[in-house]
Design a protein around this ligand. Structure first.
Ligand code: ADP
Ligand code: MG
Length: 724
C-alpha cells in the first residue's frame, strides 16, 4: 500500500494553474466590498454611515442598513453570487458559516432578497459550538452581529460564490462566544488609553489603532502520502516516525529555491488571497524540509486577524487542488522545526505616526520611549496571561523545542536600546534642553535602528526596529487571543502611566517631560528582569530565568490558569473586554480542547500500535524466527545465525515494551476519562496519559528502523518530507 502511494505521489504531474491574464492591480480586492465598491453601490448617506462606523464605531440604524444591504446584494449578484453567510470565528479556532440563499420563491418565481436585518443580525442555531456553559439550554440562542469595520467579501468555490459578512458571535445575553468580540473591545480600550497618553506629545491625535502583520509558517505534504497516515489525518501531526537521515542539518532548505510544484501552489493561493484583499507579499522556504512561510503587508489588527483566518482556509482548499495537504499544526514532525505565526504588532495614530518607531526629534523620541517602555512593563506584568493566550496542546510541543522560543516570556530589544535603558536607569546621558527640562539624547537611535542587523530569533517577544514581534504564537492559532491580551495589557498599562505622570506633576510640580522620564525609569527598574539579549534556546537561559524569578510554564493546563487569576479578571473587566464569567467560560473551553486533543491522540496511538505497528513487527518476527529455525536445521552454528537472532531479539524486546507501555497508557486514559472535574481531568491527561506518548513512540520508531522496509506500512519521514 505504501509503495503504491509513493508511486502515485512520485508520478504526479504538477498541477498547472490557469494562466492569470489579469494584473495584480486588477485582481487585488476584486472580491471585496471595499471603499471603491461602496462608493459605486451605496447612496451618499449609507456610504457616510458605514465610514463613520469604521472610523468611530458609531451605530448604523436599521433603515440605513437596509440600503447598505441592497447595495451589497447588487454588487454581489453582478459577480454571480447566489448565497450569503455571516462569517464568524467561534471558540473552536476555525471559522464558521451558515449559508442562506438570496432567492425566495414568490408567485412561482425566484426573487432575490437581502434585507437590512439579514445583514445586521442572524441567529444561526449553532448550539453545538463551544460556549463554556454560557448558553444554558433555555437561552441557547447565539447571535451573529455585523462588524462593519471588516469589509464583506465574496468567497469562491469551484461551483459557486458566497457573500461573506464578517460578524461577532454572542450569546442571548450578549456574552462573547467568539474571538472577534473581545478583540474589538480590547482595541477600543487601547485606543482610549493610548490617545490620552498621546496628548502629552501630539495635540491632534484623535485615535490610536494597533497594526498587525502575521508571518505564517506551514508544511506541505503530498496528499496521497498524507492519506496513508491516520495520525496526520486525525491529529494533524505524526505520532510515530523514525527521523530521516537527512533532515534539516544541512540547512539547505531555508531560503532555498522553491520547488516548482510548491511554487505553483503558492502562486495559486496568492492569487486567491489577492482577490480577497489579503496583501500577501512574502514567500520563502523555511528551515525544515517541506516547511514554508508567507507574510502579508501589515494591516489594522482586526482586519489582519480576519485575513489570516481566511488565508488558512484558502491555503487548505488550494492545497487540495494541487495534490498537497497543508499542515498548520505547530509540530507535525518530531525532531525538526515546528511552525509559528509571528505576530508583528505596533501602535499607529490616525495622523499616521507609528508610536513604536523611534523618531529623530526629541519630542517624538520621548513619545517613542513612552510607548516602548510601557510595552515592556505591560508584557512584564502580564507575562503569564500572554503565556496562557498562546497555550494549546499543539503549541506545547513547539515552545522550547527545535528553533522555537521557550515557554519563558522575555523581551529582546537590541544593544542600542539596552544601552539607552541602562542610561535611563542610572540617570546618565541626559541633557538639559533650552527650556531647562531634562531630555534624553537619543538622536543616534534612528540611524542604528535603520541598519536593523541586531536581530535575535530566539526571543519570544522581540523589538524589530519599529514594532514588537510576538514569535511564540502557534501556527494554527487564531491570533485574536494573544492580540486581545496584548492590547488589554497595554491599555491597562497606559492608563496607569497617565495617572502616575499626572499625579507626579501635581505632587512635585515637575515639568511634564521630567515627570514622564521619572515614571519610565521606575517602570524599567520594575520590569528590567524580563529583558534578555542572549540565546533564548540555551539551557543557561532556563537557569538564569529561574534566578530572575521569571516563570517557565511548560504545560497548557498550568498555563491556562492565568485566564482566571484575580489579576486577569481585574484588568479584563476594568477595560470592559471580558467579564469574569466569560473568562471562566474560555478557561473551561480551552481545558476541554486540551483534553479532547490528547484523548484523540491517545486513542489513535492505541489503534495504530495494535492494528499497524504490532502486526507488521509480528510478521517480521515470524520471518526471522522461521529463518533462524531453518538455518539451525541446515546446520549453521550460533555464530552463523547471530545476525538474525540479534535482530529478532531487538524486534521482540521493542515489541514487548511497546505493548506494555501502550496498555499502561490505555489504563491511564480510562482513569482520566472517569474524572468529572475538567481541571483535574486536564491534569490527568497531561501528567498521566501524555507522558507515555514519547516512550511508546520511541519503541515504535526503533521497530521502524530495523524492520524490513517492504513490510512497513506507514509512509516514512524521508518520504513525507522529501517527495515533491
Ligand atoms: P522579518 O521579520 O521576517 O524580517 P519583516 O520584519 O520585514 O520580516 O516583516 C514581517 C511582518 O511585519 C510583515 O507582515 C510586515 O508587514 C510587518 N510589519 C512591518 N512594520 C510593521 C508595523 N509597524 N506594525 C505591524 N507590523 C509591521
Ligand atoms: Mg519577523
Amino acid at each position: 500500500m505504501r509503495f503504491k502511494a509513493l508511486e502515485i505521489a512520485q508520478s504526479r504531474q504538477p498541477f498547472q494553474p490557469v494562466k492569470q491574464e489579469k494584473s495584480v492591480q486588477e485582481l487585488y480586492a476584486s472580491n471585496v466590498f471595499n471603499d471603491e465598491a461602496m462608493q459605486k453601490y451605496l447612496d451618499k448617506e449609507s456610504y457616510k454611515a458605514i465610514k463613520n462606523a469604521i472610523r468611530n464605531g458609531s451605530k448604523i440604524n436599521r433603515e440605513v442598513a437596509s440600503h447598505i444591504a441592497a447595495g451589497m446584494k447588487a454588487w454581489a449578484m453582478e459577480r454571480g453570487v447566489t448565497h450569503y453567510t455571516h462569517w464568524f470565528q467561534p471558540l473552536t479556532g476555525t471559522t464558521a458559516e451558515k449559508h442562506d440563499s438570496f432567492f425566495e420563491p414568490q408567485d412561482g418565481r425566484a426573487v432575490a432578497k437581502f434585507s437590512g436585518d439579514s445583514l445586521v443580525q442572524q441567529e444561526p442555531d449553532a448550539s453545538s459550538l463551544p460556549s463554556g456553559g454560557l448558553r444554558n439550554t433555555f437561552e441557547a440562542r447565539g447571535y451573529t452581529a455585523w462588524d462593519p469595520s471588516s469589509p464583506a467579501f465574496i468567497y469562491e468555490n469551484t461551483s459557486g460564490k458566497t457573500l461573506c459578512i464578517p460578524t461577532v458571535f454572542v450569546s442571548y445575553n450578549g456574552q462573547a462566544l467568539d474571538y472577534k468580540a473581545p478583540l474589538l473591545k480590547s482595541l477600543q480600550a487601547l485606543d482610549k488609553a493610548a490617545s490620552a497618553v498621546c496628548k502629552y506629545f501630539y495635540s491632534d491625535v484623535k485615535k490610536v489603532s494597533a497594526s498587525l502583520g502575521i508571518e505564517q509558517e506551514y508544511f506541505l505534504v503530498d496528499k496521497v502520502l498524507y492519506n496513508q497516515r491516520p495520525d496526520l489525518i486525525q491529529c494533524g501531526r505524526t505520532l510515530f516516525g523514525y527521523m530521516a537521515a537527512k533532515n534539516q542539518q544541512m540547512e539547505d532548505h531555508y531560503f532555498g529555491s522553491i520547488p516548482d510544484r510548491v511554487f505553483n501552489y503558492m502562486y495559486d493561493f496568492e492569487i486567491e488571497a489577492l482577490k480577497l484583499g489579503i496583501p500577501l507579499r512574502t514567500r520563502h522556504n523555511e528551515v525544515a524540509p517541506g516547511q514554508y512561510e508567507c507574510a502579508p503587508q501589515f494591516e489594522e489588527i482586526n482586519l489582519a486577524v480576519d485575513h489570516n483566518q481566511l488565508l488558512m482556509d484558502l491555503m487548505d482548499e488550494v492545497a487540495n487542488k494541487h495534490g498537497f495537504k497543508v499542515l498548520l499544526h505547530e509540530k507535525p514532525f518530531a525532531g525538526i522545526n515546528g511552525s509559528g505565526k509571528h505576530n508583528n504588532w505596533s501602535l499607529i495614530t490616525d495622523t499616521g505616526i507609528n508610536l513604536l518607531s523611534p523618531g529623530s526629534k526629541p519630542e517624538s523620541s520621548l513619545s517613542f520611549l513612552t510607548f516602548f517602555v510601557n510595552t515592556i512593563k505591560a508584557v512584564h506584568d502580564n507575562a503569564d496571561l500572554i503565556r496562557a493566550s498562546i497555550a494549546s496542546a499543539s503549541n506545547d510541543h513547539r515552545l522550547g523545542a527545535n528553533e522555537a522560543p521557550p515557554a519563558i516570556i522575555s523581551i529582546f530589544i537590541g544593544s542600542t536600546l539596552s544601552n539607552l535603558m541602562e542610561n535611563i536607569l542610572s540617570g546618565k546621558k541626559t541633557d538639559k534642553n533650552k527650556e531647562g527640562e531634562k531630555t534624553i539624547n537619543i538622536a543616534q537611535i534612528p540611524e542604528i535602528l535603520v541598519d536593523n542587523t541586531d536581530r535575535n530569533r530566539t526571543s519570544p517577544f522581540a523589538f524589530t526596529g519599529n514594532k514588537f514581534e510576538l514569535r511564540a504564537v502557534g501556527s494554527s492559532k487564531n491570533s485574536s487571543s494573544p492580540m486581545t491580551v496584548l492590547n488589554t495589557a497595554m491599555a491597562d498599562q497606559l492608563t496607569r502611566f497617565k495617572n502616575d505622570v499626572d499625579a507626579l506633576i501635581k505632587k512635585k510640580s515637575l515639568k511634564k517631560n521630567e515627570a514622564i522620564l521619572q515614571i519610565l525609569a521606575g517602570y524599567l527598574k520594575d520590569s528590567k528582569r524580563i529583558l534578555f539579549e542572549g540565546n533564548g534556546y540555551s539551557d543557561e537561559w532556563v537557569k538564569e530565568a529561574a534566578k530572575r524569578g521569571l516563570n517557565n510554564i511548560q504545560d497548557t493546563p498550568e498555563a491556562l490558569k492565568a485566564y482566571i487569576s484575580d489579576k486577569t479578571v481585574e484588568i479584563m473587566t476594568a477595560h470592559d473586554v471580558l467579564t469574569k464569567e466569560e473568562l471562566h467560560a474560555r478557561y473551561h473551553i480551552e481545558l476541554e480542547d486540551y483534553v479532547k486533543k490528547i484523548q484523540i491522540e491517545g486513542r489513535l496511538i492505541d489503534e495504530m500500535v495494535y492494528t499497524s505497528i504490532l502486526p507488521v513487527a509480528t510478521k517480521y518476527q515470524k520471518i526471522l524466527a522461521d529463518t533462524v529455525i531453518a538455518l539451525k536445521e541446515a546446520g549453521m552454528t550460533k555464530a552463523d545465525i547471530s545476525a538474525q537472532t540479534e535482530v529478532l531479539k531487538e524486534v521482540s524486546q521493542n515489541l514487548t515494551a511497546l505493548k506494555k507501555i501502550t496498555d499502561e497508557m490505555i489504563e491511564a486514559r480510562k482513569k482520566a476519562n472517569a474524572i468529572e472535574n475538567i481541571e483535574n481531568k486536564a491534569n490527568a491527561y497531561c501528567n498521566e496519559v501524555r507522558i507515555h506518548f514519547d516512550q511508546i513512540r520511541s519503541h515504535a520508531d526503533k521497530l521502524e528502523r530495523i524492520i524490513d522496509d517492504k513490510l512497513w506500512e506507514l509512509p516514512k519521514y524521508r518520504e513525507l518530507l522529501y517527495i515533491k
